[in-house]
Write a protein of this length. Structure first.
Length: 221
């Protein structure tokens, strides 16, 4: 009997270790680098960061929440994350860690607005068209998929009134860099993260920057 229990225990430990390894591998960032990037990198001087496209899983929110409210939360997060990521990149740029400079996001958003490009129709424009409007060498864009809203603005009200937040917040982030000359994809970074109730844009940006800081292709060696 003791031998059987010991055997079952060893098997359980074995499978737990296997599952742990699979989990770690599954959470590892996925990175794609276009061979053309290395030649393009030499030419790149200034790059811009677009507002991110944010998608909040509406199935996780109370039915009382309207589509308009969800749209507002997504738009708020898109610009908040753009701001946080720009701040993180700018700090490293000022320390001389990157070979490029980042266009001020106020200038980026103003130039987009003057050309009739808003968050609502941003996806209708090609990366080449956006680069031409902004007058930069390359462009950073991305997508964020969240299971819950952040602890900002209307999301706080929803969380307090309806208990919309769970114990964890799964976040899938995709960060891309596109060439300014022809709009082709040069670099892509996919990352999965999680946070506590009401995770902020700052916490998410910190998590992302810690993850990509050693992989960001403009890092000065």
């Amino acid at each position: 009997m003791v031998m059987i229990l010991r055997k079952k225990t060893n098997q359980a430990i074995f499978w737990c270790l296997i599952l742990a390894v699979v989990f770690v591998i599954g959470c590892a960032p996925q990175i794609y680098t276009n061979p053309a990037f290395y030649e393009a990198k030499v030419r790149h001087k200034t790059i811009a960061i677009l507002p991110f496209v944010v998608t909040i899983d509406s199935s996780k929110l109370p039915k009382e929440i309207t589509a308009e409210t969800i749209d507002k939360m997504q738009k708020d997060e898109a610009y908040l994350f753009q701001q946080e990521l720009y701040t993180k990149f700018l700090t490293k740029q000022q320390k001389g860690e990157y070979s490029v400079i980042f266009q001020d996001i106020d200038e980026t958003n103003a130039l987009l607005g003057k050309s009739g490009i808003a968050y609502e129709n941003l996806s209708k424009f090609t990366k080449k068209e956006l680069v031409d409007v902004l007058g930069i060498d390359a462009i950073i864009s991305g997508n964020i998929r969240r299971s819950q809203p952040m602890s900002t603005g209307s999301a706080v009200v929803i969380g307090v009134l309806f208990g919309a937040w769970g114990s964890t917040n799964r976040v899938d982030v995709s960060l891309t860099i596109h060439e300014g000359l022809d709009g082709q994809l040069l670099w892509k970074y996919d990352h999965e993260a999680s946070g506590s109730v009401g995770s902020s844009s700052e916490k998410l940006a910190d998590s992302l920057m810690k993850s990509i800081s050693k992989k960001f292709p403009y890092k000065v060696e």
